[in-house]
Write a protein that binds this ligand. Structure first.
Ligand code: ZN
Length: 273
């Protein structure tokens, strides 16, 4: 049974119901410990205003979403993305985020060169890590389910993410999101391998059937992932940080009243995580 004090809610879970300011107030008001923030919502709110509100409400920030998106067709665009990654590091520091989430990026438009895209990810991440280390901001690579390899993220397994951590050194770790990695026959071994490099733990559920590959994530307990088993493996590494509920659900949870969504997150943390 997960400890309610470890509950963080990724603001995408109430993306349609809340601005960032509204999400901060609502989560804190419901006794939730943390929030994960998206940069588009942050831009609407303003960095200074968001940082002040977080402090006033005593909310922890389990992560800032997101940096990454390294592969691009030309050098100018790749450089622009590096600049944006460094800005994201600075924003994460200003918010007191516990890590910066990296979604690495997929194939550049028109490309079929998957190894080339992965090389751009390695080089881009390597170039950003100097700044992140100087700022003392941990960077979490989030492997995404292989169905997103083309358009979102060509890092698709814990093993790939940890190989990058091994190669690029300190300051880098992984975000374990059950939605992306639950199917992996090597998951337990790779979580053990990660050890103290688990920087974030994201939960939701895989629905059967899934009607949309991006926007039909389930509430914990409504799908087929053995979340308590994965939680045990993650906690077995010594990870005792926040557990973040992250649900993109265009046809279900985004259409419900926010207080019902938050209440359900709290209940399912206790029953299904
Ligand atoms: Zn996630």
């Amino acid at each position: 049974m997960a400890d309610l004090a470890r509950l963080s809610i990724n603001q995408a879970t109430t993306r349609e119901q809340h601005s960032l300011a509204q999400a901060i107030a609502a989560y804190a008001g419901a006794g939730v410990t943390g929030i994960s923030i998206w940069r588009d919502k942050l831009a609407d709110c303003g960095l200074g205003e968001a940082a002040a509100m977080l402090k006033d409400h005593g909310l922890r920030v389990s992560g800032l979403c997101r940096a990454g998106q390294f592969p691009a067709s030309d050098a100018a665009e790749r450089q622009a993305r590096l600049d944006d990654n460094r800005l994201a590091v600075d924003q994460a520091v200003a918010l007191g985020a516990e890590c910066l989430i990296v979604v690495a990026g997929g194939l550049p438009e028109g490309s079929r060169d998957l190894p080339g895209a992965r090389a751009m990810i390695r080089d881009g991440l390597g170039a950003v890590m100097d700044h992140a280390r100087a700022a003392q901001m941990p960077v979490a690579i989030e492997p995404l389910h292989p169905m997103y390899a083309a358009d979102r993220c060509a890092i698709n397994t814990m093993s790939q993410a940890l190989d990058l951590c091994d190669e690029l050194g300190p300051g880098l770790g992984v975000a374990v999101d059950v939605y992306h990695v639950w199917w992996d026959p090597d998951l337990q071994a790779q979580i053990e391998r990660a050890g103290d490099r688990v920087l974030a733990y994201h939960v939701c559920d895989w629905l059967v059937p899934t009607t949309d590959l991006l926007l039909d994530r389930g509430m914990m307990g409504d799908g087929v992932i053995d979340i308590p088993q994965i939680s045990e493996w993650v906690d077995g590494t010594g990870y005792n940080g926040l557990i973040e509920v992250e649900i993109f659900s265009a046809e279900n949870w985004w259409k419900r009243p926010a207080d019902e969504v938050i209440r359900t997150c709290r209940e399912r943390m206790l029953s299904s995580v």
